[in-house]
Design a protein around this ligand. Structure first.
Ligand code: MLT
Length: 200
C-alpha cells in the first residue's frame, strides 16, 4: 500500500498508524500525529480504493452503506500490510495505535471488528459501526472516539452503538463529544492527545 514511514525518536512508544478520510492522502494526518506524540514512529497509509478519483480504504454502495465484501477484503489487506511494514521498518507489530478520521476511522474500526490484537489502541475520529451481525473479537485495546452530537454522517446513536460493541468486547472506550458536525476540530485532537498521554 502507498505509505509514508517516519521513524520516531523513542522506540518504546507506539507506532501511530494514520488513516485519512475519503479524498485524503497519507499526508493529511501527519500534523495530527505530531500533536499527539511527536516522538512516535508514524506509518501513514493511503487507501487503495478510488471513488471518483478520491482515495478511500474500502468501497461503499452509497453514503453510509458499505460494500461489506470489499470492507472485509481491504481490512485483511491492511492487516497483512501492517505485518509486513513491522518487518520492513523493524517496529513492534503489537504496539500500533491507529489514528483514523472518517473513512480511515471506519477501516481502523474494522480491524478491531475482524482481528484480535491488530491494534493496541485507536483514536477513532468520527467513526461509524463498520459492520453489524458479527461478534467483535475480545480485545483490551484503549479506544478514543471523537464524535459530533450533530454529525450528519455518523449519528450520535451510532457512536453509542459502536462504543457499546467495543466495550462488550473488552475495550476501554472513551467518547469525546463536539458539536461541529463531521468536522475534525483542534479541540477534538487535543482531547485525543490527552487520552493518548493517559493510556500509552
Ligand atoms: C465512509 O464511507 O467510510 C463514511 O461514510 C465516512 C466517509 O464519508 O468517508
Amino acid at each position: 500500500m502507498k505509505h509514508i514511514f517516519k521513524k520516531g525518536t523513542d522506540e518504546t512508544k507506539p507506532t501511530l498508524l494514520l488513516l485519512h478520510g475519503t479524498g485524503g492522502t497519507e499526508q493529511d494526518l501527519l500534523p495530527v500525529a505530531d500533536m499527539i506524540d511527536s516522538s512516535c514512529s508514524v506509518l501513514s497509509v493511503r487507501g487503495n480504493v478510488l471513488e471518483n478519483g478520491m482515495p478511500r480504504f474500502f468501497r461503499r454502495l452509497q453514503e453510509g452503506i458499505f460494500d461489506i465484501e470489499d470492507l472485509i477484503e481491504r481490512t485483511t489487506e491492511l492487516h497483512q500490510f501492517l505485518d509486513e511494514a513491522a518487518e520492513t521498518y523493524s517496529f513492534d507489530r503489537h504496539n500500533i495505535v491507529a489514528v483514523g478520521y472518517s473513512n480511515g476511522a471506519n477501516i481502523a474500526g474494522s480491524l478491531l471488528f475482524h482481528y484480535e490484537n491488530s491494534l493496541k489502541g485507536a483514536a477513532l475520529l468520527h467513526p461509524m459501526v463498520p459492520r453489524r451481525g458479527v461478534e467483535v473479537p475480545k480485545t483490551d485495546a484503549s479506544i478514543f472516539i471523537g464524535a459530533g452530537t450533530n454529525d450528519p454522517i455518523c449519528p450520535a446513536s451510532e457512536t453509542e452503538e459502536l462504543s457499546a460493541l467495543l466495550e462488550k468486547a473488552g475495550a476501554d472506550v472513551q467518547v469525546h463529544w463536539e458539536s461541529f458536525g463531521h468536522q475534525l476540530t483542534r479541540t477534538e485532537i487535543e482531547a485525543a492527545e490527552k487520552w493518548y498521554r493517559s493510556k500509552f
